[in-house]
Design a binder for this molecule. Structure first.
Ligand code: 13P
Length: 256
């Protein structure tokens, strides 16, 4: 954590939770956060499936808890004949603030490339959505010593053509692919080192950069103690209110 950047704890629910299950999650998490004042809290974000977002949007004012909503993907066009896709405009209607772009699962299973990632970032920014841009290397790349060059290439491609002002809207997430869903977390000092490289490539001290990949209640403290790590992008441990609450606690800028 760095006092100059507000920590952000973001859940990426992936393809888990129906709208009803999402509402039950909010109901369970809200009372856990009630005792904390705004200035004690990190930013908290739930990146939910599209079908849950409108219901969550309606439930949040009643819960009186300050979560932000995020989507996990979007299409780069504002509208058109793109069967099955969702645009930034559609997300904005439900006060969605963030959108994950270029998650490794989308790059691997849905053919996302550095070019589509760049196009989606530009479309998100044009619609005042904050992209959470995911980068990270495979196990083979790490073992071949290619991590730094690969991650730097992904970062540079993602931000191609963006102005310094636009960069301020971005969040990055370093998600080593071999750590995602495997229970094998990246060592905290190594995650800190790679995130430092990302920050250097961005040439911007304000952009928040998260760590993602098997972040859990038992390893979050070590990760959050690192000066470059501004929070987490969390899969498995964000699905249960109890474990997500523990991660939020570990990201509180003022410990209570
Ligand atoms: P896990 O926390 O389940 O490893 O997932 C990380 C991730 O992919 C978040 O986007």
């Amino acid at each position: 954590m760095n006092p100059n950047r507000k920590p952000l704890m973001a859940g990426n629910w992936k393809m888990y939770k129906t709208a009803r299950e999402a509402l039950a999650f909010i109901e369970a998490l809200t009372p856990m956060l009630k005792p904390f004042h705004d200035d004690e809290m990190p930013d908290v974000l739930l990146c939910a499936p599209f079908t849950a977002l409108p219901f969550m949007h309606q439930a949040l004012p009643k819960a009186q808890t300050d979560f932000s909503l995020g989507a996990q993907n979007m299409e780069a066009h504002d509208e058109g004949a793109y069967t099955g896709e969702i645009s930034a405009r559609m997300l904005k209607e439900w006060d969605v603030e963030f959108v994950i772009i270029g998650h490794s699962e989308r790059r691997e299973y849905f053919n996302e490339t550095d070019e589509t990632v760049n196009a989606k970032i530009k479309a998100a920014l044009a619609n005042h959505l904050r992209p959470i841009v995911c980068v990270g290397e495979s196990l083979a790349q790490r073992e071949a010593g290619e991590t730094d060059a690969w991650v730097e290439k992904q970062v540079k491609a993602a931000i191609a053509g963006l102005s310094p002002e636009q960069l301020e809207w971005l969040v990055f997430a370093y998600e080593p692919i071999w750590a995602i869903g495997t229970g094998k977390v990246c060592e905290a000092d190594e995650a800190n080192r790679v995130i430092g490289l990302i920050r250097k490539a961005l040439n911007n001290a304000h952009v928040r950069i998260l760590y993602g990949g098997s972040m859990k209640p038992d390893n979050v403290e070590g990760l959050m103690a690192q000066p470059e790590i501004d929070g987490g992008l969390v899969g498995g441990a964000s699905l249960q209110p109890e474990s997500f609450f523990q991660l939020i606690r570990a990201a509180m800028p003022v410990r209570v």
